[in-house]
Write a protein that binds this ligand. Structure first.
Ligand code: PMP
Length: 284
């Protein structure tokens, strides 16, 4: 059952409420994570907690709780939920302040952990592949708000997602200001040529996905070459295969970017191999 921890209290969907003066709401001033539980076990909890604390550091936010305590809190929340397969959303905001932008009066952060479930696309998309389009809204400039910060400022990604839906697509490809392909609205991107995988590098202006890292490890172990390189839409249009990775999305094949078929227009053998290996890894 949905279980929520909010600043020391165990609540549910109807009772978990935050102040309208919380700077997370007023200014998107906060950070979050998305974590999966498979068969009662958390997938890569340490990596997610480390990224949460790195995001906090980047926006000068003091979480005020040791990492081990945060990790234990996540485990406790899962136990209380009774869910064996779940999606966890830790959120830390700057906290309650006043209406000014300056967070000087935010005396302590608001901390939340939500345990629920998530499903982004119907199962058949994993068999047939996703139709993607390039979103008109670009990724924020790296020096504006680094895309490596998993912040509560997701408006560009929300805009892109709406643009994709309006265009009748399942997902979007977001570019940076100079046209390099960066990521999906909530996923990292890979293209495949032969036995070589390519994914944009950390400095490209992407969130460094935990799933991305896991897939790079699995692929390397399986004998594929993995390169972190900048690329453009042309490279996706002409790739043999393409797929997205993310905690909520897992490994999801792309069948058509901007109306062209990738490879045969069906999930290719490398993508299918990595999907199988990823499923085995998370259930291991
Ligand atoms: N990029 C963005 C913008 C995301 O929101 C996410 C989801 N957290 C990802 C990539 C994938 O990251 P992860 O594999 O850690 O979920």
């Amino acid at each position: 059952m949905t279980t929520i921890w909010l600043d020391g209290k165990w609540l549910d969907r109807d009772t978990a409420m935050i102040s309208v003066y919380d700077h997370g709401l007023l200014y998107g001033d906060g950070i979050f994570e998305g974590i999966r539980v498979y068969n009662g076990r958390v997938f890569r909890l340490k990596e997610h907690i480390d990224r949460l604390y790195a995001s906090a550091r980047a926006i000068a936010l003091e979480i005020g709780m040791p990492r081990e305590e945060f990790a234990a809190l996540v485990e406790e929340a899962i136990k209380r939920s009774g869910l064996r397969d779940a999606y966890i959303r830790p959120i830390v905001t700057r906290g309650v302040g006043d209406l000014g932008i300056d967070p000087l009066n935010c005396k302590k952060p608001t901390i939340m952990v939500i345990v629920d479930t998530i499903k982004i696309w119907p199962e058949e998309r994993y068999e047939q592949g996703l139709a993607c389009v390039t979103a008109p809204t670009p990724i924020p400039h790296r020096e504006s708000l680094s895309p490596r910060v998993k912040s509560l400022n997701y408006l560009p990604h929300v805009m892109a997602k709406i643009e994709g839906r309006v265009a009748g697509a399942d997902e979007v490809l977001m570019l940076d200001a100079s046209g390099h392909v960066c990521e999906g609205s909530g996923q990292n991107l890979f293209i495949v040529n032969g036995r070589t995988l390519r994914t944009p590098p950390s400095y490209a202006g992407i969130l460094l996905g935990v799933t991305r890292n896991a897939v790079m490890e699995i692929a390397t172990q399986a004998g594929y070459a993995v390169k972190e390189e900048l690329f453009n839409r042309y490279d996706i249009y002409t790739a043999d295969e393409a797929f997205l990775t993310g905690t909520a999305s897992e490994v999801a094949p792309i069948r058509s970017p901007d109306g062209r078929a990738v490879g045969t227009g069906k999930p290719g053998p490398v993508t299918r191999d990595l999907m199988t290996k990823f499923r085995a890894l998370v259930r291991d």
